[in-house]
Write a protein that binds this ligand. Structure first.
Ligand code: RAT
Ligand code: ZN
Length: 435
């Protein structure tokens, strides 16, 4: 029996899905935002929106300025240069430019006047506490996960001093220098901080690295550990990164009950003259990640890859490994065309066991546009999937749609993290039974 779906039913389903994706609160699982207690580290407002490194890279494609001249300018002057080059002298159609306009529009500002001084005046009226709540309300974001690095001197002192946590902000322990610059950066820093490590990865050193990870996991109440990786990282392999992962990071994750998030595919400082905007992309070898995950069935892994070329093989890997959870459209893939492609592919290959998006916001206000743009795309793809189901006679209920969207917007992620916690809670019991 066929089930022709009337145009009216299709439209009703699409409207229901759209309403649900636009109103369901999101847990934004990877950002570069900070609890307001971090003061100046939490960026917000029109000037920070304009000097976002995504826009700096685009600005340099239009500027007559030299790199040196631009970097010598104040933040406000840089913002002026970017506004003129990318919004006034050309139409702001790139995703990062459009994002500024979506944000301003949803904040109730009139963008058509193209009046930067008036915009600055509006932002100057806010205080950070009220503005944080306002942005989270407008964006429909209920919880924000930060990226927290003990190797960041400005950030570390705030943690060491201690502060009252804003419970809307969760923490993630970022350990790039530990895994990628052991001898040059991490080992000397750890020594300064009282961990007795040597450049060689002796047993003692590894146990001190674990002590460091345990201290910081506890101090920040980390929800997961995280690293970004170059395209050429290989596992198995005789490299320091792989050895530290195996001997320190993954055992620590098992003990602490936390997933390990990997972000492969970034080529740092392809053009150092662009500073933070100078990183590029390269595709990684999915075999490496399959081998690592297969060798550690008791660890839970989160992955978001930077290269478009890796998305398909990673979806297939996720079908093979239940301890792998894919998340987000990271950085250069956080553009409508690729979000749509990736979301469609993920839903078709791994269903709802995925977290299709994170914002990666560096400026608080960006959560407004990053989520608005993604919600609409995720909603479109999802509506099509429900319409396909309806054509078989399977009618998704509103409650089912709501449940599914909640899973996509943080629920599936939390269930996935919960599995590692459950394992960690079981481990001591298992040990006792054996004894
Ligand atoms: O997206 C970004 O802003 C990048 O600069 C990176 O921070 C990236 O997201 C990362 O987490 O390394
Ligand atoms: Zn990031």
């Amino acid at each position: 029996m066929t089930h022709p779906v009337t145009a009216k039913r299709r439209a009703a389903l699409a409207a229901q899905v759209e309403k649900t994706v636009l109103t369901t609160p999101v847990y934004d699982i990877h950002t570069h935002l900070y609890d307001p207690a971090f003061g100046g580290l939490l960026l917000w407002g029109i000037d920070d929106l304009l000097v976002y490194h995504y826009l700096v890279a685009e600005g340099f494609r239009q500027f007559d300025l030299t790199y040196e001249k631009f970097w010598a300018m104040s933040k406000r002057e840089q913002a002026d240069a970017i506004w003129n080059a990318l919004f006034i002298e050309h139409s702001p159609i790139s995703e990062a430019c459009r994002g500024v306009l979506t944000t301003l529009n949803r904040l109730g500002l009139d963008v058509k006047r193209r009046d930067l001084p008036a915009l600055r005046k509006w932002f100057a009226k806010w205080n950070v506490a009220d503005y944080t709540t306002h942005c989270m309300d407008v964006a429909g974001v209920s919880r924000i996960c930060m990226t927290n690095s003990p190797f960041d001197d400005e950030e570390r002192v705030v943690w060491e001093r201690g502060f009252r946590r804003d419970e809307r902000f969760a923490a993630a322990l970022r350990i790039d220098p530990l895994l990628l610059s052991w001898e040059g950066t991490a080992a000397p820093r750890l020594r300064d901080w009282g961990y007795s490590v040597t450049p060689e990865l002796s047993e003692k050193t590894v146990s001190e690295v674990r002590r460091f990870l345990a201290d910081w996991t506890r101090r920040i109440n980390a929800q997961y550990l995280m690293v970004s990786l170059p395209p050429d990282f290989t596992y198995p392999g005789d490299n320091v990164c792989a050895r530290l992962m195996e001997t320190a990071v993954l055992p620590h994750c098992r003990e602490a009950g936390l997933p390990f998030a990997m972000m492969p595919g970034v080529k740092r400082a392809v053009n150092p003259l662009l500073r933070m905007a100078g990183d590029g992309v390269g595709h990684c070898d999915t075999n490496t990640y399959e081998s690592l995950i297969a060798a550690h069935p008791d660890n839970q892994f989160l992955i978001t890859a930077l290269a478009r070329e890796n998305q398909y093989s990673l979806c297939v890997a996720a079908r093979k490994f239940r301890n792998l959870h894919l998340f987000g459209c990271w950085w250069f893939t956080n553009t409508p065309y690729l979000i749509e492609e990736m979301t469609r592919m993920r839903l078709e290959l791994i269903g709802l066991s995925v977290t299709p998006q994170h914002s990666d916001a560096r400026v608080l206000d960006q959560i407004i546009y990053k989520w608005e743009h993604s919600r609409r795309i995720i909603g479109r793809v999802l509506a099509e999937k429900y319409q396909d189901l309806a054509a078989t006679g399977w009618e998704p209920t509103n409650a089912e749609i709501q449940r599914d969207v909640q899973d996509l917007f943080g629920g599936a992620f939390q269930q996935f993290c919960g599995r590692q916690q459950a394992r960690a809670a079981e481990a001591p019991k298992r040990g006792k039974r054996r004894a």
